[in-house]
Design a protein around this ligand. Structure first.
Ligand code: C2E
Ligand code: CA
Ligand code: CA
Ligand code: CA
Length: 279
């Protein structure tokens, strides 16, 4: 990247160059982001649909760079996966979130669970299971305090390796959830092939469920199927009370979305939800 100018885009003439330019630019900053403590983790509440109690949180990485400002994960996770930096970033999120979970289990109760997104690259890394085991021991957490979220795309490659990792994690008591269900390379055969604990319905279904009868039926069918398969179901992206009513009626176990709370820093999470919990 050009250190001397903020308008590096000017050097590129066509769109492709601009993309490559953005890529290099982000990449060079990304390489130093952890060392410079630009990364942090935000937490979004996951609530029990029946009781509306906060039962856990999803950990979501945040990057704030002095020059770039806040960079959304959708802009850098892919990049980090391609250049391998995701391993360091993923470890950072795991460590931070598990440390936080240990603290929160004292305050929120010891059924509090932290959900962490795991990249395909991490899942194919032979060290993942032992690293998770080490962190659980270090923070004195039972495996049940941790849930790892993976997306369907992961399951396409290295089937043997993935099966082995997932089994190793589940032996530790860690639960595995299938994220963004219903999108991407979604295939029902994954549900057969791997043993998941939880299914997260992609927010696009919840989002459209009020306006589009077809999406509503799809969401309904997914929830019903998950229950038949004895999976816990999380509805993502719940933004309105109408959507909340819908997932209550359909028997979703957990809800997540702006209606209940946006992702926030740990201190804010504590102050926003702990008092509410005590009531
Ligand atoms: P995801 O795992 O599906 O995470 C949920 C995303 O939806 C988050 O975006 C969250 O802020 C957003 N969200 C939650 N509730 C609502 C809602 O009610 N409405 C709307 N419109 N959005 C909602 P975020 O934090 O920007 O993360 C985007 C994606 O980046 C994540 O999607 C995940 O795939 C990836 N990601 C984030 N953090 C990590 C991480 O630590 N590791 C890895 N490997 N991927 C991560
Ligand atoms: Ca997720
Ligand atoms: Ca998701
Ligand atoms: Ca996603």
């Amino acid at each position: 990247a050009n250190k001397d100018t903020g308008c590096h885009y000017n050097f590129f003439t066509d769109e492709l160059s601009a993309v490559i330019g953005e890529r290099h630019y982000l990449e060079s900053h990304l390489a130093e982001a952890l060392d410079k403590q630009e990364m942090s983790v935000h937490y979004q509440p996951m609530i029990c649909v029946k009781t509306q109690r906060v039962l856990g949180a999803e950990a979501l990485i945040r990057w704030r760079n002095p020059i770039l400002g806040a960079v959304a994960p959708d802009r850098f996770i892919n990049l980090a996966e391609q250049n391998g930096q995701i391993l360091a970033l993923g470890n950072f999120v795991l460590r931070t979130a598990m440390k936080q979970a240990a603290q929160w289990r004292h305050s929120f109760g010891d059924d509090f669970c932290i959900a962490v997104n795991i990249s395909p690259v991490q899942l194919r890394d032979d060290n993942l299971v032992s690293r998770v085991a080490q962190l659980l021991a270090y923070y004195q957490l039972p495996g049940t305090a941790l849930e790892l979220e993976i997306t369907e795309g992961v399951l396409l490659q290295d089937e043997k390796k993935v099966t082995k990792s997932l089994a190793g994690l589940q032996r530790l008591g860690v639960s595995i959830s299938l994220d963004d269900f219903g999108t991407g390379y979604s295939s029902l055969s994954y549900l057969q092939k791997y043993s998941f604990d939880t299914l997260k319905i992609d927010r696009s279904f919840i989002m459209n469920s009020m306006e589009c009868e077809q999406d509503k039926e799809l969401a309904r069918a997914i929830i019903a199927m998950a229950k038949k398969l004895n999976l816990l179901v999380v509805a993502e992206g719940v933004e309105t009370s109408a959507q909340h009513e819908f997932i209550v009626d359909e028997g979703c176990d957990f809800g997540q979305g702006y209606l209940y709370g946006k992702p926030v820093p740990a201190t804010m999470f504590t102050s926003q939800y702990l008092s509410r919990q005590a009531i």
